[in-house]
Design a binder for this molecule. Structure first.
Ligand code: TTJ
Length: 639
């Protein structure tokens, strides 16, 4: 008996999945909670694809009491029959990288970014995974452990559990705790994702259940109004300028749907989707929409005499002032590029979206001139503000020189190699002084910022920008700043790989971090998207035992653990602030890359970022604190 083909096939399969286990980050982005949640989305996307193909109306997503997750649908069921070379089609789906598209001729198969990498990746990263398929009158079952099938097939057929008249697919899996930092799914992200999926698929109902809770939580996500409902929901606490406007159309075989609404606020939120994939970095569909929108508004503004001959056109940012929009397209062959592979790259999408937007909006605005005038008024307000800000910027640039040492604040590092340099933004002059003495001068720059800055927190952003310390900071980074993604901001000029906020673990510290993060979100979002912003986590305690080593403890959990595991008397020193540490202690605990604890500020997507910005910029204090603390908890550990 030679090597049969089945064996040969399984060997390549296992080699493939072994690669996934070796470098999970390459397949799911990271092994943080974010990567963990991606496992659910990865499986979910298959059911959504079945819905898009027209065969599935209900999906259940359950976070099970044992920590596993189950996704099931009422679609046709993954084919269980024999595929090529004696392997069941279902097994190929779960054991071959990128097997997804081979079995369905679904035109909307997703293929972007972290999505669509295949159920086999989930399988490889799961302690166990069980599949049940209802099809052709029977229920079949298959099981895997760490990606390996554990059931031996008889004549290539899956075991039958029973009979049924229904069809569908059911998948239950437990993420592997030797791969992921933590294996507790984060329900808020999952709920948001399910809700978003429901908005994008108005014919779909998603039943969510969290059985990990004592009292299981159940939510049904069904949004028959689709993206119109999405816009309404996002704007529900704002003052709307008009009812949500919706249009759709098809051009060049690309389906386009747009919903938008202006609100009386000074910011924009334009979200793009391609085949239901959220495109954080935008791309051609968004460009097409924006280009058409800017042209239309300027053309009408001139026709209506709102812009006179001598007036300049409104800028794109002007015409989107107060705009909330969702641009959702379906493309048969989407390509994604960019830092996080979330930027749509298909050139035809730009033209198609532009054309449909132009045709449909002209038709709409011709019939609704009053609404059009109100929308143009939003652009006028923005243009006015922009002109005054431009003046402020030029003043700022000409009035003061920004050599780093001009105000004696920044102690820059010696190295010019940005990939190795870090800048610590330190709350308070005394901690700043210690940090300057303690630092590694070669690679660590220190910029002290005084608490006094808090006074400008509620001020308008141009006042914030006029603040000398903030200016020093922006110039130290070297990238300039801009409102909106892209524009004047040039991340390639960034002088530091890590921007580390170092503030006390008290309310004032939280405030200063808040202000800085707000500033970054609004003017330098790429710093956050590209993972350059960190929060230093100084220790809360130092324990000095009667015998044995002294230890720094970074949170109350660690203290509890220490108490539980050490049976000696000890002195407990509690740090109230960074200022209490001498330079040596500061180095040991907070500056030394080998020993410190940093949390990376990570934002799941621009939507969340803009919500956060609103939260942060708003005047209510309580929700803001929640953000800081929550964010600190979920942030990634830098090692
Ligand atoms: C493919 O074309 C033939 C009929 O069935 C189609 C199919 O595979 N449908 C399908 C797959 N529905 N649901 C899935 C699916 C569901 C989950 C939860 C997980 C996976 C990997 C696939």
């Amino acid at each position: 008996m030679g090597k049969n083909t089945y064996d040969a096939e399984s060997i390549t399969v296992l080699e493939g999945l072994e690669a996934v286990r070796k470098r999970p980050g390459m397949y799911i982005g990271s092994v943080s909670t974010r990567g963990l949640n991606h496992l659910v989305y990865e499986i979910l996307d298959n059911s959504v694809d079945e819905h898009l193909a027209g065969y599935c109306t209900e999906i259940h997503v359950t976070l099970e009491a044992d920590g596993s997750a189950t996704v099931s649908d009422n679609g046709r069921g993954i084919p269980v029959g024999m595929h090529k070379k004696g392997i069941s089609a279902e097994r190929l789906v779960f054991t071959t990288l990128h097997a997804g598209g081979k079995f369905d001729n679904n035109a909307y198969k997703t293929s972007g970014g972290l999505h669509g990498v295949g159920s086999s990746v989930v399988n490889a990263l799961s302690t166990y995974l069980t599949v049940r398929v209802k099809t052709g009158g029977f229920i079949y079952e298959d099981k895997y452990e760490r990606g390996n099938p554990v059931i031996e097939l008889e004549k290539g057929l899956l075991p039958v559990l029973g009979k049924t008249k229904e069809t569908g697919t059911w998948v239950n899996f437990l993420p592997d705790d030797t791969i992921f930092d933590k294996i507790r799914f984060k329900e808020d992200d999952i709920k948001n994702r399910l809700h978003e999926t429901a908005y994008l698929n108005p014919g779909l109902t998603i039943f969510y259940e969290d059985k990990r809770k004592e009292e299981p939580e159940k939510i049904t996500f069904h949004e028959p109004d689709g993206i119109i409902g999405y816009i309404k929901d996002m704007n529900k606490t704002s003052e709307a300028v008009h009812d949500v406007i919706f249009f759709k159309g098809k051009s060049d075989n690309i389906e386009i749907e747009v919903a938008f609404q202006f609100i009386n606020e000074f910011h924009e939120n334009v979200m793009g989707f391609c085949n239901n994939i959220y495109t954080l970095e935008g791309g051609t569909h968004i460009t097409g929409f924006k280009t058409a929108f800017t042209n239309i508004i300027n053309t009408y503004a001139r026709e209506l005499g709102i812009l006179k001959d001598k007036d300049q056109n409104f800028t794109g940012t002007d015409v989107r002032n107060g705009l909330t929009a969702v641009v959702s397209i379906k493309h048969s062959d989407p390509r994604f590029e960019g830092q996080t592979k979330t930027k749509l790259d298909n050139q035809d999408a730009s033209k198609a979206v532009s054309k449909v937007t132009n045709d449909e909006l002209v038709r709409y605005f011709d019939r609704n001139v009053e609404i059009l005038k109100n929308i143009i008024a939003c652009a006028e307000k923005a243009a006015k503000l922009r002109k005054s800000e431009e003046k402020a910027k030029t003043n700022m640039l000409t009035k003061q020189k920004f050599s780093f040492d001009s105000n004696g604040k920044l102690s820059n590092c010696e190295s010019k190699d940005a990939s190795k340099c870090e800048i610590f933004i330190v709350e308070g002059d005394s901690a700043g002084g210690s940090a300057k003495m303690a630092r590694n001068r070669m690679y660590q720059a220190i910029l002290p910022i005084r608490g006094k800055i808090l006074n400008v927190e509620k001020a308008s952003i141009d006042k914030v920008l006029a603040n000398a310390e903030i200016k020093t900071m922006i110039y130290a980074f070297g990238c300039g700043f801009s409102e909106g993604y892209g524009n004047d901001f040039d991340i390639t000029k960034l002088r530091y790989d890590k921007i580390i906020i170092m503030a006390d673990a008290d309310v004032d510290g939280a405030h200063i971090s808040t202000l800085l993060l707000t500033l970054f979100f609004r003017f330098m979002p790429e710093l956050i998207y590209e993972g350059h912003v960190y929060i230093a986590m100084p220790p809360l305690y130092k324990v000095i035992p009667s015998k044995g080593e002294e230890e720094y403890l970074y949170n109350d959990e660690a203290l509890e653990k220490y108490k539980a595991t050490h049976n000696v008397s000890y002195k407990l020193q509690r740090y109230k602030g960074l200022g209490e540490m001498d330079p040596e202690q500061l180095w040991e605990t907070t500056l030394d890359p080998a020993r410190r604890l940093l949390k990376r500020v990570e934002i799941d997507d621009a939507k969340r970022a803009s919500e956060v910005t609103e939260l942060l910029m708003g005047l209510e204090v309580p929700p803001r604190r929640t953000f800081i603390y929550e964010n600190a908890n979920e942030a990634e550990l830098d090692v």
